[in-house]
Ligand binder design. Structure first.
Ligand SMILES: [Zn+2]
Length: 244
């Protein structure tokens, strides 16, 4: 993971031209007290934020274990009683529980206490953040790198929190396009920046392993919000900064 703080002021002019939308964001922000912030965050997190106690966890793991046993027992040529895979159902259950831990994350808890007020309104870029996810169509991994850029509106978020947001959405059954959008929306909700850009480069094992796609080829998806969408120069600046 590397971080770029871009010192160029090239988009200041555009921001003046775009005063109206900046003003409306300012107005919104004036009423943006802690409760309102929490409410916004909850709305995004509501599909996740699943709270599971240790008893429920035990039940879920047991059920997953039985399912994996059944899968192994169904595969022609496999023998569930052989030494090497005796404990596989239990191990696979724990692994799957971990791979889907993002459903149990809470954006609100994750972001809280990591927001900082700043004077500068220069682009913040966090690039090359590794992610590992599971394709929801085949339950096979896809993985790669996420690049996030945003133009702060007097607030920035701790850099490690960007990585945590990415974990929250990648540790689920996913499709790359939706994950890209969810990360951009979560950053928007958390710090209400002037704009956000998210680019994800992913390698999909379901494609590579089945020989549909050549090894090494990548899928790139992007979501642009605010000035990153409206202003081609801001977008271009972001894209050129993540390219090297
Ligand atoms: Zn797939």
């Amino acid at each position: 993971m590397s971080v770029l703080l871009n010192g160029e002021k090239s988009y200041v002019d555009e921001k003046k031209e775009d005063e109206q939308s900046t003003l409306s964001i300012d107005k919104k922000r004036q009423g943006n007290n802690k409760n309102e912030f929490n409410k916004n965050v909850d709305q995004i997190a509501q599909v996740s934020n699943i709270v599971i106690n240790s008893k429920q966890e035990e039940k879920i793991l047991h059920s997953l274990e039985q399912s994996y046993y059944s899968i192994l027992n169904t595969i022609p040529g496999e023998d569930v009683t052989r030494q090497g895979i005796l404990k596989t159902p239990s191990r696979a259950a724990k692994a799957m529980f971990y791979f889907t831990k993002g459903y149990r994350d809470n954006l609100n808890e994750l972001i809280n206490d990591a927001l900082f007020n700043v004077d500068h309104d220069e682009m913040v870029i966090v690039k090359d953040i590794e992610f590992f996810s599971l394709c929801e169509h085949h339950l096979v991994p896809f993985y790669g790198k996420v690049h996030v850029g945003y133009l702060p509106n007097r607030q920035v978020v701790g850099l490690s929190k960007i990585a945590r947001i990415i974990e929250m959405y990648s540790r689920r059954l996913q499709v790359q396009e939706r994950m890209t959008k969810q990360i951009a929306e979560a950053v928007t909700t958390a710090i209400n920046p002037t704009g956000v850009g998210v680019v994800i480069e992913g390698t999909h094992m379901c494609m590579v392993m089945r020989g549909v796609q050549k090894t090494g080829s990548k899928t790139t998806t992007s979501t642009m919000i605010g000035v990153f969408r409206e202003d081609p120069r801001t977008r271009e600046e972001f894209l050129s900064l993540i390219r090297h």
